[in-house]
Write a protein that binds this ligand. Structure first.
Ligand code: 5GP
Ligand code: ZN
Length: 139
């Protein structure tokens, strides 16, 4: 496993910092978030340091995604939430604050007060089509 000096999640993976670990396998470790958005909020990280979604290997991303679902299933049994948000923030502009890739698994409850800062509103069809073409590379 390659660790990065001063990375708090590498230190949790290595057992050098305390973490309430709830799941692990050969590629991933999952532990409770110290600032839970809702009761049960946990993080899934790769054992090998990768800063973000752009940097993580395909194999570790797959392992983290499967670990997030495994955790959600386990929480479903243990906590009986009404649903989940599974989130990744990539980059400072997207609110990433810890630069070791992680997926948030946030159990949701019928009347929980969590507000994600996203208020959906209708898009302009022409603008959606134009940006879709740019992403495809034919714009
Ligand atoms: P981000 O903002 O990068 O998407 O999420 C980072 C998350 O890591 C935050 O939800 C924050 O509460 C959590 N966090 C930051 N430092 C620690 C720590 O030392 N231990 C644990 N367990 N979680 C942490
Ligand atoms: Zn790290």
């Amino acid at each position: 496993m390659s660790a990065e000096a001063d990375c708090i999640f590498c230190q949790i993976v290595a057992g050098e910092l305390p973490g309430a670990i709830v799941d692990s396998d050969e590629r991933t470790v999952s532990f409770m978030d110290i600032n839970p958005a809702t009761p049960g909020h946990a993080l899934v990280v790769p054992r090998t340091h990768a800063a973000d979604l752009m940097a993580i290997s395909d194999e570790d991303l797959e392992a983290c995604t499967l670990a997030a679902r495994r955790l959600a299933r386990r929480m479903d049994e243990a906590l009986a939430p009404a649903g989940f948000n599974v989130l990744n923030s990539c980059g400072t502009a997207a609110w990433q604050t810890v630069f070791h890739f992680h997926m948030h698994v946030v159990p949701r409850y019928a009347d929980d007060p969590l507000k994600l800062p996203w208020i959906p509103g209708p898009g302009e069809p022409g603008a959606i089509a134009e940006v879709a073409a740019r992403i495809r590379g034919d714009g």
